[in-house]
Design a binder for this molecule. Structure first.
Ligand SMILES: Nc1ncnc2c1ncn2[C@@H]1O[C@H](COP(=O)(O)OP(=O)(O)OP(=O)(O)O)[C@@H](O)[C@H]1O
Length: 265
């Protein structure tokens, strides 16, 4: 499908979800254009991961809708959302620790990857003519993330930063249009974080991606994101350019006087 220039890639309209008495997200609106690299920030418990769970079909919204490439996707199960072109990583790394690094990427090629992972691994999707082709493609992704020499290692044996990069490689292998990264630099040291940010900028260009990332490291968000959305108590309190967000009174208040722009994790 050709997306017209005027049509946003993602259009989130009045999105809301309740968990019992708790309104975890309410009246959330967000428009993302093709090719943007955006940040979603907010204090602990603000609702950031819940929004990722709504965007990827883990939760069905109790209000509002999500339009992706012009079609409604809210209400679809996660594997269908992945097929439509939205991939994600998780705040707490979710790799198949006993499988090899390579198999963790190959899993992404199965259309039901987010569901029946173990039954999927030996089956080939139709668009790969052979195992070798699939493997070469997976290794290509590992190379980008500096993990190809570790392809036969069990995922659990990778250092922490490597596991985080492997998760992104797997998400990318599903060939998304929109990539959602949930705290990609969590637990990384400053040097690893810097390298990861360069990698994120690189993959956006190389794969013509649109990226939305949740991150607690403010320096990182301010440095890499073109626009930033700020949530507090499930509501969007600000959106704009990094310099606008940094001095936005509601944002400063939400962070209880912390200087936005300093690390906050
Ligand atoms: N499945 C659920 N059932 C009940 N409450 C939930 C559920 N998922 C999230 N919540 C609640 O919704 C609110 C938002 O949580 P969420 O994890 O989205 O916040 P967050 O901004 O990602 O926080 P953090 O920065 O700490 O990861 C919290 O109060 C959380 O306890």
């Amino acid at each position: 499908m050709v997306i017209s220039k005027a049509e946003p890639l993602l259009d989130v309209q009045n999105l809301g979800i309740r968990f019992g008495g708790l309104k975890a997200v309410s009246d959330f609106n967000m428009t993302i254009n093709q090719g943007e690299l955006l940040g979603l920030i907010g204090p602990n418990g603000a609702g950031k991961t819940t929004i990722f769970n709504l965007l990827t079909g883990v939760y069905a919204p109790t209000e509002g809708q999500i339009i992706f490439t012009g079609k409604k996707i809210s209400g679809l199960p996660p594997f269908k959302v992945t097929r439509k072109g939205i991939s994600r990583t998780f705040q707490n790394i979710r790799l198949f620790k006993e499988l090899s690094v390579l198999d963790n990427v190959k899993i992404a090629y199965h259309p039901l990857a987010t569901h029946s992972i173990f039954s999927s691994i030996l089956r080939l999707p139709s668009h790969f003519t052979n195992e070798k082709e699939m493997e070469e493609k997976a290794i290509g992704f590992l190379k980008i993330f500096g993990l190809d020499h570790l392809k036969d290692e069990k995922a659990k044996n990778l250092p922490y930063g490597g596991q985080r990069r492997l998760e992104i490689a797997r998400a990318l292998a599903a060939e998304p249009k929109l990539l959602l990264l949930d705290e990609p630099a969590a637990g990384m040291n400053p040097q690893e974080t810097k390298e990861l940010m360069e990698l994120i900028a690189f993959i956006r260009e190389k794969f013509n991606l649109t990226i939305l990332l949740i991150e607690h490291d403010m320096k990182l968000v301010m440095g890499i994101c073109e626009r930033i959305f700020v949530l507090d108590h499930g509501q969007l309190i600000a959106q704009g350019l990094p310099e606008e967000i940094r001095k936005h009174p509601k944002v400063i208040e939400a962070y209880l006087g912390e200087e936005v722009g300093e690390d906050h994790a």
